[in-house]
Design a protein around this ligand. Structure first.
Ligand code: FES
Length: 354
């Protein structure tokens, strides 16, 4: 990307004014936009100013656009210097934009560039006769016909250095020239014989299958009627009656349910006493060998100790001190037992076993 500055002072014209024809044209462009939005016409206005001034924008033309559209000069300057379609320096009568992006480069744009250097001279300089100037630009969107150039408003494609030089000579001499591909092919058709996409089935619609039927007028043939009335696969499951709704469910342990089951209701005083350890009911019944009896055989399943899974194995008396026992009288705290079955080397920070 080249630096984009206005042309030097000695190249700037002293004044610029739209022609009467261009003023009418510009008024039509401005009328396309709502009131107060006339600045939206800044690009068409700059483009027309450039065309009027031999395809380049002097400072006075930018000022004229700003005044016509009621815009600050700097806002118009921002647009003019941003878009490379606006030339800020004088260009030749035939302004050549050479695409130098990769597809054109690998197809020979570098040779075209050398031809332009030989024929016209340095980039961004107008030739002595005023006919030509050239500029290397990025992709112009005609990569299928690389390498290519744009001269004023037209594309010239599939070029070689000889074809380009001949083209420039014809333009300078005023001879008619052919736009587009210069090697005889039509548009971007394959060069030489067609070698791909030759199967006729690609063009009779047969490989498209039922997709083609969608465009017929007959709804029976297209199956659209069936599709519109078809239900989903299988019968839908009925929704749960309480799905997503708050429902009333019986509370399992209330005085009413206990009475219904023939049990004596728990007196509130008894319920409160059960939390008091001082009033705990003493029983001589020894605990069963299976441990504490579960309150319900449905809600409780005793979990056996799984020493093989790495849990510490407690001693016979356990390691939990009895509540209320002074530390001095309590059993000495056992050292943490080694997990049975655990891999000591797996402990973080422990050096691996030799
Ligand atoms: S790379 Fe040259 S036209 Fe796209």
């Amino acid at each position: 990307m080249s630096v984009r500055r206005l042309a030097s002072a000695d190249q700037q014209p002293p004044a610029f004014a739209f022609t009467a024809e261009n003023e009418r044209w510009l008024a039509q462009q401005i009328a396309k936009y709502p009131d107060g939005r006339q600045a939206s016409a800044v690009i068409p206005a700059l483009w027309q100013a450039q065309k009027q001034n031999d395809y380049w924008l002097p400072r006075k033309a930018i000022e004229a656009v700003a005044e016509t559209l009621g815009m600050p000069m700097i806002r118009v300057m921002e647009v003019a210097t941003f878009y490379t379609m606006f030339n800020l320096e004088p260009v030749g009568r035939f302004f050549v934009q050479l695409c130098g992006t990769v597809p054109c480069h690998v197809k020979g744009a570098i040779d075209l560039k050398q031809a332009l250097l030989n024929k016209v001279g340095d980039e961004r300089h107008v030739s002595a006769d005023g006919n030509f100037s050239w500029l290397e630009v990025e992709c112009l969107g005609a990569c299928c016909n690389a390498p290519m150039v744009q001269i004023n408003d037209d594309y010239y494609e599939d070029l070689t250095p000889d074809l380009l030089v001949a083209l420039l000579d014809d333009l300078a001499a005023g001879r008619p020239v052919k736009v587009g591909p210069q090697n005889g092919r039509h548009a971007s058709e394959p060069e030489g014989a067609v070698t791909t996409l030759q199967d006729p089935a690609l063009y009779d619609g047969s490989v498209v299958g039922t997709w083609r039927d969608r465009f017929r007028d007959d709804p029976v043939a297209t199956g659209e009627t069936e599709a519109a009335t078809a239900t989903g696969p299988g019968d839908p499951k009925p929704a749960k009656p309480d799905a997503g709704r708050a429902t009333e469910r019986p509370v399992t342990d209330t005085p009413a349910t206990r009475a219904a089951q023939g049990e004596a209701p728990v007196h509130p005083e008894t319920r409160a006493d059960s939390a008091d350890s001082a009033k705990k009911t003493q029983t001589d019944e020894a605990p069963s060998a299976e441990g504490a009896k579960p309150q319900s055989d449905k809600s409780y399943t005793a979990t056996p100790s799984k020493p093989a899974e790495g849990r510490p194995v407690a001693g016979a008396g356990g390691t939990t001190p009895v509540a209320g026992t002074p530390p001095s009288e309590g059993a000495p705290r056992a050292e943490p037992t080694k997990p049975v079955g655990a891999d000591p080397d797996a402990s973080p920070g422990r050096p691996p076993k030799e």
